[in-house]
Design a protein around this ligand. Structure first.
Ligand code: ADP
Ligand code: MG
Length: 320
């Protein structure tokens, strides 16, 4: 009898020991499991409806970004075994909503925009400031990306201000962006990459202006009319981050996303939202003063706000 209870006690003790050691070693076990099984989902909490709603409700005047981003992110998230990562390249003038959309994507995939350990944002002027250290940056970048993908196959990488990225740096990621099966035991095909730049803004702005002058509704502009010219622009522009890059010739960018220049009505919606956030929803006078105080371009047909919605909070302060 005594022997039997001693046996039970030993068994309980052993089980407890296994339980506690698995708790402390949990992190390592999890990361080893993730890298072998490729099925680790990190803190992945995608809210597709939330993303679609946010884009529809809080992004003004960007029908192409709304459609492309929802469609691309939905198909990437619904596919348990995508054949390549999702690679988006956002283009357009300053203050048109590029960073806003990238943070919406992060927020609806991980529940928190830039706070998640699985969302990585690179700013060239901060992380890659000097053009003569390209080799160093290439190896640093490759290591960062691989380390982060080992921790989480569904990582999101956001490269803002690509026009300031020294040429040649981003090419180191060519193998990661392609349809390669498994590299270094990690599935690289579940990641999301978002590149952001103002490259191509002249093309987009000119196209939008000409459409408008031809009486074509802004919402009728189709992405196919701009995507190819944007690919050419980034390939041929020295300061685009993708100058003569194989990432472009190998067609590794899933979608180019054009952001159109904003009109006065869009700026006024930004002002209205800003006022409501401050509990001053009713101040229609401030909305129209902000709309009137912006600079519009081009000079001979000033339809588009030259700073998008960027200066709206400052102007609201001025008129409130
Ligand atoms: N199309 C838009 N719809 C709604 N808000 C916008 C839009 N474009 C810009 N904004 C607002 O203006 C500010 C600057 O936008 P941001 O996304 O940083 O511009 P950029 O295109 O330069 O990255 C943000 O506060 C953002 O909320
Ligand atoms: Mg930005």
């Amino acid at each position: 009898m005594e022997l039997r209870s001693e046996g039970v006690a030993t068994m309980i003790f052993t089980l407890l020991l296994i339980y506690y050691s698995s708790l402390t070693a949990g992190f390592e076990i999890k990361s080893i499991f993730c890298s072998i099984s490729d099925s680790c989902d990190c803190d992945f909490k995608p809210d597709i409806k939330g993303l679609e709603w946010d884009l529809y409700k809080n992004l003004y005047g960007q029908h192409m970004a709304q459609d492309i981003v929802s469609e691309a992110v939905v198909s990437c998230l619904q596919n348990e075994n995508p054949d390549r990562p999702l690679v988006l390249s956002f283009h357009g003038a300053s203050g048109t909503g590029k960073s806003l959309v990238s943070s919406m994507v992060g927020r609806h995939i991980y529940g928190t925009a830039m706070g998640s350990p699985y969302i990585h944002q690179y700013v060239p002027t901060l992380h890659f400031p000097s053009a003569d250290r390209v080799q160093q940056y290439r190896s640093d970048l490759k290591q960062w990306v691989e380390r982060n993908l080992t921790a989480c196959a569904r990582s999101i990488f956001i490269f803002d201000e690509m026009e300031k990225m020294p040429p040649g740096v981003i090419d180191v990621l060519e193998p990661h962006l392609g349809p390669f099966h498994v590299l270094f035991q990690t599935n690289y095909r579940k990641a999301i990459y978002i590149f952001i730049s103002t490259v191509g803004q002249d093309i987009i702005n000119k196209f939008t202006l000409e459409s408008q002058q031809a009486g074509i509704d802004r919402e009728e502009i189709r992405p196919e009319e701009l995507e190819e010219v944007l690919a050419d622009a980034v390939y041929n522009t020295r300061n685009s981050g993708f100058y003569q890059s194989r990432i472009i010739t190998e067609k590794l960018i899933t979608r180019f996303v054009p952001f159109l220049p904003l009109r006065r009505r869009h700026v006024e919606r930004c002002a209205q939202r800003e006022l409501c956030q401050r509990g001053e929803c009713h101040r229609a006078d401030v909305v129209s003063s902000v709309g009137g105080a912006m600079n519009y371009m081009p000079q001979d047909s000033p339809y588009f706000s030259s700073t998008g919605c960027k200066l709206v909070p400052a102007k609201v302060n001025l008129f409130l």
